[in-house]
Design a protein around this ligand. Structure first.
Ligand code: ZN
Length: 224
């Protein structure tokens, strides 16, 4: 689905992967659960792009539903791969970057626990470590925003030129708007709130989350 010119979300994949189309090729943000690579590349093919057109793969964090397709996609595309240091270490170990600290029941936790034996992330060494404020060469500059809280090394990505924020799981969206990181899956609640405030201040018009619909008129929908 087209979000704005040259920015797309791949439908039918958990968690939402996003594709940015620029003259030098494609940038992919997150890679879905394991075995999502076919759906992602089929969507790119629908845009007239081949696997080899994917030049960059950026991971917001090391959870399985974001890095599941990474190893396979890297093999098929040869793309350069990026994550923060903490998340890169976890991805290299084939594990999430944190234990969740809530003892409360959560459907997502239960799902992860049940799926864990069947859906392991392939350990993968990313090429490049990203830090806060770094700008990647996609669509006039894709800015890395440190948004730890959901996980210790979580990053978001912001396209100031069009006001589009890719928030991974640091924010969750639904038909009612934008919410904070899901409690049962959050590493540090206080840091997660800080990441919410930081992102609310960016002036994003459009919020693209890992889970939930794209929010098109986002300005006054951030959690208060
Ligand atoms: Zn997720």
């Amino acid at each position: 689905m087209r979000i704005v010119d040259n920015v797309f979300v791949v439908p039918g994949v958990v968690a939402n992967p996003y594709i940015l189309v620029d003259t030098d090729g494609l940038t992919l943000i997150d890679t879905g659960l394991p075995h999502s690579e076919r759906k992602i590349l089929a969507y790119a093919a629908g845009l007239g792009k081949s696997a080899r057109d994917v030049k960059r793969i950026i991971l917001t964090h090391a959870d399985l539903d974001h890095v599941g397709g990474l190893a396979a996609l890297h093999k098929l595309t040869g793309a350069r791969t990026y994550a923060s240091k903490i998340e890169a270490d976890a991805i290299a170990a084939g594990k999430p970057s944190r234990q969740t600290n809530s003892s409360g029941f959560s459907v997502m936790r239960l799902v992860f626990t049940l799926l864990r034996p069947f859906m392991k992330a392939t350990p993968f060494q990313v090429d490049e470590i990203l830090t806060d404020g770094q700008i990647l060469p996609a669509l006039g500059g894709l800015r890395v925003i440190e948004t730890s809280g959901h996980t210790p090394g979580h990053i978001s990505l912001f396209l100031p030129a069009v006001g589009v924020l890719f928030c991974g799981d640091s924010l969750v969206t639904d038909e009612n708007g934008i919410h904070g990181s899901r409690r049962g899956l959050t590493w540090d609640d206080a840091k997660a709130r800080e990441a919410e405030r930081k992102q609310a201040a960016l002036g994003a018009h459009i919020v693209c989350s890992g889970h939930g619909p794209v929010i098109m008129d986002a300005t006054d929908k951030f959690p208060s």
